[in-house]
Design a protein around this ligand. Structure first.
Ligand code: MG
Length: 379
């Protein structure tokens, strides 16, 4: 079953302090908007991700518009108006399931997201919550009454629904206030399964919540950097392939695969960050099936291993060392080719070149060397 997500980020969040709306304030190096997009984006089966923004915030999201997986939608007056507009934006190709998440919860974990998606296999609605453990009082200056907490839960997001059912519920609820989408689902008599929430999935509401979210996000971050280096010699031929781009040249690179020295260095950098060996180990040169293989197979494999382990690429930098061919004119195409294989924004990729001042084997034009660095983050 297909799953889409809606990140509700159209609110103004005044209680969290002065200045920008809370979703645009940085916490652990990224805005809440960026954290939420990364958390849901890391789940490869979720697409599209609808980002519902306040009309005033549209200029803050140019990069998100360029991402084919993200659909930027203008929100409405109230939270439920914004969710309804997000749901309607999915109408052209309706998903089976939709997860609706408040941008104020940037610490949402993969476990919570997966639990909601899985519960929707058998339930028409499912949402994370935590049973209340503190005693409950009603009062002001003094306690007026003690309350029974049995059966009470603290609600969290993402709240998940079968798309057609929640769309119907929202369309029947226009103009009325609701604390969340479960309230709207219950109003149309949907049954909502409760899945385990997470204490760390806090909602940033008051100024002090930023510090707590920062501690949670930083505490969970696993940042790894890997490097890769490769060399291929020239042989007779009429082109070289570098970063997946075919460049006419009076020689070709010699190798078992397409000899894309730059893509090999970058693949090894990713394997290196993961501590998972190198290309030669995963694709033995003695194995005839990799003869003349397109090197994107290696790079796609490396990034696939990273994603399986919960890492996402935050940056890759590749340096090609040669006198000829000239790399500069092809660098933009190389960046976008690598970004396409890695399925990340080209902004995260750098491709540059240097000569070795005519010294050594690259200087003598005997071959091309490449080195690469990749940064992976699990958060
Ligand atoms: Mg190689």
């Amino acid at each position: 079953m297909s799953t889409a997500a809606i990140i509700v980020a159209a609110g103004r969040g005044r209680r969290a302090g002065e200045g920008m709306a809370k979703q645009w304030r940085e916490v652990a190096g990224r805005t809440s908007v960026a954290w939420c997009l990364a958390r849901f984006g890391a789940q490869r089966d979720i697409a599209p991700i609808v980002l519902v923004l306040n009309a005033d915030d549209m200029p803050l999201a140019p990069g998100y518009r360029a991402d084919p997986r993200i659909l930027v939608v203008e929100g409405g007056e109230s939270r439920s108006d914004s969710v309804r507009l997000g749901l309607l934006a999915l109408g052209d190709s309706p998903p089976d399931k939709v997860l609706i998440h408040d941008v104020a919860r940037p610490c949402v974990s993969e476990a919570v997201i997966r639990a909601v998606i899985t519960a929707l296999d058998s339930a028409e609605a499912a949402a994370p919550a935590l049973p209340l453990s503190d005693a409950l009082w009603r009062g002001g200056e003094t306690v007026e009454a003690t309350l029974d907490r049995t059966g009470l839960y603290r609600a969290q997001t993402p709240q998940g629904f079968r798309y057609a059912a929640i769309l119907r519920a929202h369309l029947g609820y226009v103009g009325k206030a609701a604390a969340d989408d479960v309230e709207i689902a219950c109003a149309s008599e949907m049954s909502v399964a409760i899945v385990a929430g997470d204490e760390d999935n806090l909602k940033i509401t008051m100024p002090g919540d930023f510090d707590r979210a920062e501690r949670i996000l930083r505490g969970h971050m696993d940042i790894r950097t890997g490097n890769g280096f490769d060399v291929h010699a020239f042989e007779a031929g009429d082109h070289v392939t570098l970063c997946g781009v075919k460049i006419p040249h009076d020689r070709s690179l010699k190798g078992h695969s397409d000899a894309d020295v730059a893509m090999h260095a970058l693949s090894d950098a990713i394997y290196g960050a993961l501590g998972l060996g190198d290309i030669g180990q995963w694709f033995p040169p003695a194995d005839a099936q990799w003869k003349d293989a397109a090197s994107e197979v290696f790079l796609a494999h490396a990034i696939g291993l990273a994603r399986e382990r919960g890492y996402h690429l935050t940056h890759a930098d590749c340096t090609i060392i040669c006198e000829y061919p000239k790399i500069g004119p092809h660098a933009p195409a190389m960046k976008s080719r690598l970004a396409g294989i890695l399925t990340v924004s080209p902004d995260l990729i750098s491709v540059k070149a240097t000569t070795s001042e005519r010294l050594g084997f690259t200087g003598r034009g005997e071959g091309i060397a490449a080195l690469a660095t990749a940064t992976l983050v699990k958060a």
